[in-house]
Structure formats: C-alpha cells, structure tokens
Design a protein around this ligand. Structure first.
Ligand SMILES: Cc1cc2nc3c(=O)[nH]c(=O)nc-3n(C[C@H](O)[C@H](O)[C@H](O)COP(=O)(O)OP(=O)(O)OC[C@H]3O[C@@H](n4cnc5c(N)ncnc54)[C@H](O)[C@@H]3O)c2cc1C
Length: 122
C-alpha cells in the first residue's frame, strides 16, 4: 500500500489462498499497544512481553514491536479501522493475560481481525 501511495507504483498482492482466509481475518481479542499516553508504558509493555515469553523472545524484535505498535494502530485507524471506543470517544483498552495494565484495542467486541482485514481491503 505504501509503495502504491508514495511511489505511484501498481502493486499486486499474491497469496496462496483467498485474502479472507489469512490468519489476520480471524484474530479476535485485539491488538496490544502502548496507547495510554503514560511515558512509562512502552517499557512496561516490553517487560510484560519478555516476562510472558519466559526467555524465548528476541529482545530487539520486542523493542520494535512495543516502540512501533501505537503508530501502526494509528495507521490502521487512518485506513478506516473502527476500534471500539468509550462514551467519550477514547479507544477502549482491555486488559488481557500477561499485560499488567489495559492496553488491548479491539473492534466489534471480538471481531478485531475482521475489522483490520476490511480496512486494508478498502
Ligand atoms: C482464531 C484466532 C484468533 C486470534 N486472535 C488474536 C488476537 O486477538 N490478537 C492477536 O494479536 N493475534 C491473534 N491471533 C494471531 C494473529 O491472527 C496472527 O498472529 C496474525 O494474523 C498473523 O499475521 P500475518 O500477516 O503474519 O499472517 P496472515 O494474516 O496469515 O497472512 C499471511 C499471508 O501469506 C499468504 N501466504 C502464506 N504462504 C504463502 C506462500 N507460500 N505464497 C504466497 N502467499 C502465502 C497467506 O495466504 C496469507 O494471505 C489469532 C489467530 C487466530 C487463528
């Protein structure tokens, strides 16, 4: 999508099956990202993820995940993904296993992947 937008290239997407059969379409509970606005939250997300990974995580990869996660969620919103919001219009953040604070954005309750899939298709 970026190549098409920024360089004006015609881009084809090749998959081994239909796009809607990819795993992303079926993701449910949501996307974890440090979106609370608390400056400590990115490092907390890092330590939560490393703790949950019990020594199996590539720390550099987790650092990229926690640093870039909020920006990628905002990219999805800019593409049209409608994540669930509270009455004041703030993103609803759920707390899931392994997370010490609420940080999981979701869409349609447990239909997050379907919403991400739809936003990328438009
Ligand atoms: C039921 C379910 C619930 C989940 N819930 C969550 C959740 O709440 N939160 C969360 O973070 N994660 C969740 N996950 C995991 C998450 O969905 C995946 O980690 C994520 O979607 C993987 O994205 P991806 O782009 O790597 O792979 P995919 O979305 O699967 O995309 C891979 C693409 O590559 C194509 N492909 C594969 N092999 C080839 C090939 N040889 N040639 C050409 N194309 C090929 C496929 O056709 C597909 O289009 C869930 C997964 C499932 C199944």
């Amino acid at each position: 999508m970026r190549a098409a937008e920024t360089a004006g290239l015609r881009v084809g997407v090749v998959t081994k099956a239909e796009l809607h059969q990819a795993t992303t379409r079926w993701a449910q509970g949501g996307v974890a990202a440090a979106l609370s606005g608390d400056p400590e939250e990115t490092d907390l997300h890092l330590s939560d993820t490393l703790a949950a990974g019990v020594g199996l995580c590539d720390i550099e990869a987790v650092r990229v995940l926690v640093d870039e996660g909020p920006g990628r969620v905002h990219d999805l919103i800019a593409l049209g993904a409608l994540f669930d919001r509270d009455a004041e219009g703030r993103l609803e953040l759920a707390r899931e296993g392994g997370h010490s604070v609420p940080r999981v954005v979701h869409a349609g309750g447990a239909a997050t992947g379907a919403e991400i899939d739809a936003s990328g298709s438009t």
